[in-house]
Design a protein around this ligand. Structure first.
Ligand SMILES: [Zn+2]
Ligand SMILES: [Zn+2]
Length: 681
């Protein structure tokens, strides 16, 4: 067994790394007064933050060596004052001597940062010594090789944190940013992060005894079905929940994952990890945090930053629409617990598990999650929902999945389109959508496109922009956006670094003009505006929620426009069994839907089309290519022994599982049912 700097308790650990830290960062010169662990982060408290500017590279090297994030703060003086008023006062004097007052610092910042950065907001946080800078072009604020950032630190003594100012105004993003500035929230998070730090930095059983651990996955939901995804990953030292979703089309009894089983104890869960924001992967969180049992989950929820924002939006929407009788926590309870992690950043989440996210290409912020267990003992990855489209010529919203796992023994894979014939082309889909819009234009009809708030809507919006830019559809056809789609689109434009290069460049070039306001018109859930759109004569495209016709404005559009044979209903996304969307797709033409609180029957006479190819899920050929590409790295750390297939209808799961058996050299291909546990090693 190799020696490791970790030993014994978290306190021992802090002591051992403090020696290492002080050997690189001189305590006296840098005025360091304390070190502490928060989650997987080491926080250095200093009275002279500005002096750290000269040690920027050293801090980076140190972070790499310790495999920890290192942040600098000024100490919380209020807290110190409670124990020692005199010391707090002395600290305050030194801090103030070492940094400029906010008004002066603001001037200096504006001198350092070039005009083109488009600074919109500068906020000073005295408690932590940080200055938040919001700008249209954060990259320009940071500067090449972080030069501007370092300069701000050096010349003002404030620790800069730089955020992107959303190109399309997004109330949700502001709400979330403000939420985290709340002192009460900060308090809750500080306590949580301390607990995590002390938990993850104890030496694992495996390290102490030299015994091997074991790794198991328990299927709690989303196996042999689509919906309520939930996996429990357990080792000797860890219990990690991956996703916790609901089945939107199911009866209340079958909506939730199988949480009422002896193996599942909420108070024993160390971490919840979310692959992406869709409700079939996240919807049950509200229930978990509602205090439905004696215990409430008080641990961390790990996800990417865009996933957090989209999740908040989707849950707010869900709560406002849902009528299910189960207790629900406020989405803020989730925000309180979220720890965001970028793609490619490796983080300790339990004593024996290290986690890394990789782009999954499914929706904004979607991730494949890789778990490195027991210092090189075993590696398992969950694909989550993913897309592996490397063929399309028409530019897409997101880059394809990037499974750059350094090592891998087991893979848990989705199979929504695992059937033999489940293949379609994105290019064909965009062209077919163009045909449909042109047909509607000729007939002066309206095209209704039900789409999920997140994912397909933005894909379709960009596809329509592409069709317009290339003069493939008439320029004078208005595009109406209803439901929360516009807000979700605004969130997309706030995270250009997560999008494909094509879309990213558009956002950098055009900013808020990316969707021409005279063409793309936000109805914004406004009923009067909606009725105007409906009664307006002439052709139009309407993109609206919900994607599977479970509710939302699309039902009103169907009620008013569904009887006119000049109109066209276009399905662009997956329609799950049990949903109204699936029933219509399967031929139902007389439907009963709630309109103004009353169940109303409508005879559909409009055209109904399905456009395959927009899906954010990997088609059969993409699933195969994904596995073949992974397997081609056999000598490069990828040693697939176990493949577990889930997230699909049983026949599709069986079909792709058979293909894996024949084409990939693995020991076991498994297709468990819910409630089964698979031991990986
Ligand atoms: Zn999804
Ligand atoms: Zn899913």
């Amino acid at each position: 067994m190799s020696m490791n700097i970790r030993a014994g308790t978290a306190r021992d650990y802090l002591e051992s790394i403090s020696k290492e830290i002080y050997s690189v960062l001189p305590k006296d010169i840098l005025n360091i007064v304390d070190l502490d662990l928060f989650g997987a982060e080491v926080v250095i408290y200093t009275l002279s933050p500005g002096k750290f500017a000269d040690y920027y590279d050293k801090i980076r090297e140190l972070a790499k060596k310790l495999k920890k994030r290192i942040t600098i703060r000024t100490p919380n003086l209020e807290e110190i004052a409670r124990k020692n008023a005199e010391e707090a006062k002395r600290f305050e004097e030194i801090i103030n001597k070492n940094r400029r007052p906010p008004s002066e610092a603001e001037k200096v910042i504006k001198e350092i940062i070039p005009e083109e950065a488009g600074i919109k907001k500068i906020v000073f946080d005295k408690t932590s010594g940080r200055v938040y800078i919001e700008a249209v072009k954060p990259g320009v604020v940071i500067g090449k090789g972080h030069t501007n950032k370092i300069k701000i630190l050096k010349e003002t003594g404030w620790i800069p944190e730089i955020k992107r100012y959303p190109p399309i105004p997004s109330p949700i993003i502001w709400e979330i940013r403000e939420f985290y500035m709340d002192r009460g929230v900060d308090d809750f998070r500080t306590k949580m992060l301390k607990r995590i730090a002390y938990k993850i930095n104890i030496q694992s059983t495996w390290m102490i005894t030299g015994q091997k651990t074991w790794v198991r996955i328990t299927a709690l939901g989303g196996y042999q079905e689509v919906g309520r995804n939930c996996h429990l990953l357990t080792t000797k030292d860890s219990r990690v929940l991956v996703d916790c979703g609901i089945s939107l089309g199911a009866s209340p009894r079958d909506m939730f994952p199988e949480l009422k089983i002896p193996e599942f104890n909420l108070e024993e869960i160390d971490a919840i990890v979310l692959t992406h924001a869709h409700l079939d992967h996240t919807g049950a969180l509200l229930y978990l945090l509602s205090g439905y049992s004696e215990h409430k989950y008080d641990g961390p929820i790990y996800c990417t930053e865009p996933t957090r924002d989209l999740l908040y939006l989707l849950l707010e929407d869900y709560i406002s629409l849902s009528r299910d009788p189960f207790p629900q926590a406020r989405p803020e309870e989730i925000l309180k617990r979220v720890i965001t992690v970028d793609y490619g950043t490796t983080l300790d989440i339990t004593p024996d598990i290290r986690m890394t996210f990789y782009n999954a290409g499914h929706i904004l912020g979607s991730a494949m999650v890789h778990f490195h267990i027991g210092e090189g003992f075993y590696n398992v990855a969950f694909t989550g929902d993913f897309k592996y489209d490397k063929k399309s010529r028409i530019p897409r919203l997101l880059p394809p999945a990037d499974p750059a796992f350094p090592r891998l023994e087991a893979l848990v894979m989705e199979a929504t389109y695992g059937g033999k014939r489940d293949t379609a082309s994105f290019d064909d889909a965009v062209n077919k959508l163009g045909d449909i819009i042109r047909t509607a234009y000729r007939k002066r009809g309206k095209v209704i496109i039900p789409a999920f708030v997140v994912g397909r809507s933005q894909d379709v919006m960009f596809a329509i922009r592409y069709l317009r830019d290339n003069k493939l559809i008439p320029e004078d056809i208005p595009i109406y956006i209803d439901g929360s789609i516009w807000e979700a689109t605004a969130i997309h434009t706030s995270y250009p670094e997560y999008l494909s290069k094509y879309v990213r460049d558009l956002i950098y070039e055009e900013g808020e003009k990316i969707f021409d306001k005279d063409v793309f018109i936000n109805v914004g859930k406004d009923k009067n505006k909606r009725l105007d759109v409906i009664s307006e004569s002439g052709p139009a495209v309407i993109i609206t929620t919900s994607g599977m016709l479970n509710g939302g404005p699309v039902l009103e559009y169907l009620y008013y426009l569904g009887r006119d044979e000049n109109n066209i209903l276009v399905f662009v996304g997956y329609q799950a069994e049990g949903t109204l969307g699936r029933r219509i797709q399967d031929g139902a033409r007389t439907i009963t839907i709630p309109i103004d609180g009353k169940l109303t029957t409508v005879d559909l006479r409009l055209d109904i089309e399905t456009v395959e190819g927009f899906s954010g899920h990997a088609y059969r050929d993409q699933l195969e290519n994904f596995l073949l590409d992974l397997n081609a790295r056999r000598n490069l750390g990828i040693k697939l022994q176990n493949v577990i297939v889930h997230h699909g209808e049983p026949k599709k799961i069986e079909s792709i599982a058979k293909w894996v058996e024949r084409n990939i050299r693995v020991k076991n291909v498994r297709t468990p049912d819910n409630l089964e546990t698979v031991r990986l090693i």
